[in-house]
Design a protein around this ligand. Sequence first.
Ligand code: NAP
Length: 313
Amino acid sequence: MTGGVDRLAIVGLGLIGSSIARGARTYELAREIVAIDRDAGVIERVRALGLAETATCDPAEGVAGADLVILCVPVGAVGTVAAEIAPHLKPGAVVSDVGSVKAAVVAAVTPHLSETNVFVPAHPVAGTEYSGPDSGFATLFTNRWCILTPAEDADPAAVERVQALWQGLGAIVETMTPEHHDLVLAITSHVPHLIAYNIVGTAADLEEVTQSEVIKFSAGGFRDFTRIAASDPTMWRDIFLTNREAVLEVLGRFNEDLSALSRAIRWGDGEALHDLFTRTRAIRRGIVAMGQETAEPDFGRARGATPPASDRA
Ligand code: NAP
């Protein structure tokens, strides 16, 4: 066992929670894994898949005696879960999460915890558009970023415990403030998802083009938007409701740039279009060079196969 976790409790055994459970088991990061989910059907699947030593719907029973508790529920539910588990935490137990938004999560969780239970927020920038305990896999976090946003005065030993877990899962850990995280993720993830939801919604509503044509001719770029727009509705609703300011700020800038593009098209300004498309191509190459995406045609996706894990949420 590495990483120093004796009893690891995971609340919410969806894509992320079940991937942590699988990874912790595969890489021997905890002596004992406890799975907690409000959904009895999920707990049944966890047992059938053998993802944890103990699986329960009772948060109080589940977190008792745990050294590290990771909240893997939608961002809108973390405050409620923190309130439920707080009285049952062992003194010194470290609490973490995986939420795609950080400032709102810190505000929702911290007030419930006692001084001995340090909160070390985390966000693994890895995922797929699938949900539930069957969708997770141990290598989801391999070579992906995991961003930690601890308070400045957080106990370094608690931060180290969470960092060691993520490194053990194969992630590359970086630390920043919750506010900076939310702004970075608004531009790299949240607004791109909003654009995908919007374009797919627009295409679905276009009366001159039939639904079947949209599906039939979707290879031309639209298909990749549909993959993003298939992401979990609850999770994404919560992201936009809790990262409102940063999303609106980036969206304002996006709208200005879109107007400039419309103007370039209207006035036949090919140079402006070519300049932008050249700059954006360089960004793609930079992402590939950092090992965060494949340069293979069609995003390395075999036809009909499950898409590779991509940096999401
Ligand atoms: P998911 O597959 O939908 O799983 C969430 C699980 O949490 C479900 O089993 C859900 O049960 C359970 N849950 C919801 N509310 C609960 C509560 N109050 N108490 C106990 N369990 C509860 O979601 P996910 O994709 O793993 O996402 C979980 C978190 O990871 C979110 O905060 C998200 O922002 C973050 N994240 C997601 C991705 C991604 O790409 N998916 C990437 C990075 C981070 P029910 O089915 O009964 O609701």
